[in-house]
Write a protein that binds this ligand. Structure first.
Ligand SMILES: *[C@@H]1O[C@H](CO)[C@@H](O)[C@H](O)[C@H]1NC(C)=O
Ligand SMILES: *[C@@H]1O[C@H](CO)[C@@H](O)[C@H](O)[C@H]1NC(C)=O
Length: 451
């Protein structure tokens, strides 16, 4: 493969200090008087030495004795230094997609309430060329009496190619997500996959599709073993750049994972045409996404890697490539309003005008297949991070192929405000899982496919 991007995120503090600093007290749940008192996690079960040493011959899955982020063991190691994130080639080649290969308990008490169990798993999946690989996901399971028989994959925007910015790890440092808490309150089992995979393949469509779908399959298997009875219905939810990933999963589901029987997907503020998204992100407050996306594509496409190597201006090369070593917040400031598409390159070269690069962006845009599941697509009409026309065209295509789509273009609403629409999304999922979505193509404030 091409140069692998090594994450060099400086550790400002020890994991212990980070944990203490960021571990939220009850600050965002202060008004929740029904919250049960905080329970101390029991100490980790004592397992026998080698975590790979299964007791029943060649195990399907190995329970690791380690915990991550529990009060009794608060050592949270960044993924780049954590063996848990290293692909075990022997293991992935011996397993089909969507199986749990390794797992450990997570201590996230205080971050989300009403949880029975939190698990971090390594699961088998496929890379961009359908080679066997693995990724990591977190599974949050509500208390048994609350379970509603549904599993939701929530794709969180990572917007970085750095492994240390992976959602499965960053959950410890983020504020709790109201979307995730609402789903848990409704009784959904929530799975949060690292859909960029171990190589940080940001905006690579096929990788996000396989990684989200296999995380759902592995979760479905895993919870069946908990003695949680019944059929689980599954759905997918993503907002912003995570909606691109979720859209890929929805488009691939019926071919790649027909057994999952994906029921519904919600995409908020989705970038439908990647070329246009890249152009509109350039010289904007989120210019860093241009560099991040090109670096993400370069992990899988040699043509993009070569275009970068050959054309980056010697003066800019270092700062451009250093985007690979930072998470989104840092990169936002480092690239603010820069002209990355032209300004980073020499001799007036415009990387998105390069036919080879352009081909990669077309290939990774949505609209390759129409999803078979119910779709809810929503976004603010003032959302400057997406190209409205492209969203409408995508939905027009889905509708022409018979997909059931509900589209809400929310007036006077920006990207950040659109994020707060999650209660509408939960209502949509309620209808979709209850088979109550009737209209096949509906725009809540008009008729989008006439546009
Ligand atoms: C990879 O998995 C195999 C099979 O479970 C195991 O025997 C081996 O020790 C693992 N390798 C590493 C480096 O953990
Ligand atoms: C994206 O939009 C551009 C126009 O800017 C168009 O040339 C291209 O074909 C579109 N790509 C896809 C995959 O629809």
């Amino acid at each position: 493969m091409f140069k692998s991007l090594i994450c060099l995120v400086p550790l400002a503090a020890t994991a212990q200090a980070l944990f203490t600093e960021y571990q939220p007290s009850n600050q965002h749940n202060q008004d929740d008087s029904q919250m049960p008192p905080q329970q101390q996690q029991p100490p980790p079960p004592i397992g026998g030495g080698d975590p790979y040493d299964g007791s029943q011959g060649v195990p399907n899955r190995v329970f690791s004795s380690s915990w991550v982020g529990s009060p009794s063991n608060p050592q949270i190691i960044p993924p780049s230094q954590d063996h848990f994130y290293t692909v075990n080639t022997t293991l992935v080649n011996s397993q089909p997609n969507g199986k749990v290969l390794l797992e450990r308990s997570m201590g996230i008490n205080g971050l989300y309430s009403g949880i029975e169990e939190a698990i971090q798993m390594v699961y088998s999946t496929k890379d961009n060329y359908d080679g066997a690989t693995s990724s990591v996901a977190d599974i949050l399971i509500p208390r048994k009496d609350k379970l509603n028989g549904r599993i939701m994959a929530v794709a969180l925007p990572e917007d970085s190619v750095c492994l240390d910015c992976a959602p499965s790890y960053n959950i410890f440092f983020r504020r709790s997500s109201p979307v995730i808490q609402s789903l848990l309150d409704e009784g959904y089992i929530v799975v949060i996959p690292d859909y960029e995979g171990v190589r940080g393949s940001y905006t690579v469509g096929h990788v996000s599709g396989t990684h989200i779908l296999d995380a759902l399959s592995a979760t479905k298997d895993r919870v069946q073993e908990l003695g949680i009875k019944g059929q689980f219905d599954v759905g997918i939810w993503g907002y912003g750049t995570a909606a691109l990933a979720s859209g890929w999963a929805a488009e691939m589901a019926s071919d790649y994972a027909p057994h999952l029987d994906l029921k519904a997907a919600a995409l908020g503020s989705v970038m439908a045409n990647l070329t246009n998204w890249l152009i509109s992100s350039n010289s904007s407050p989120s210019s860093y996404l241009v560099a991040t996306s090109l670096l993400g594509m370069a992990t899988e496409y040699k043509s993009v890697f070569v275009a970068l190597e050959d054309n980056l201006s010697p003066r800019r090369k270092k700062s451009f490539n250093s985007a690979a070593n930072h998470c989104a917040t840092d990169n936002t400031l480092r690239f603010l309003e820069s002209d990355v598409l032209r300004g980073s390159f020499q001799n007036g070269y415009n990387i998105i005008a390069d036919p080879n690069v352009r081909a990669v962006y077309d290939l990774n845009s949505l609209g390759k297949n129409a999803p078979k599941c119910n779709m809810f697509v929503y976004q603010g009409s003032q959302d400057s991070t997406t190209v409205l026309h492209d969203v409408r065209s995508l939905l027009k295509y889905y509708c022409s192929q018979g997909t059931t789509v509900k589209y809400h273009e929310i007036p006077d609403t920006t990207h950040a405000q659109g994020m707060d629409m999650y209660l509408d999304v939960i209502d949509f999922f309620d209808d979709a899982f209850a088979n109550k979505v009737t209209s096949s193509c509906e725009r809540i404030d008009g008729n989008f496919y006439q546009n």
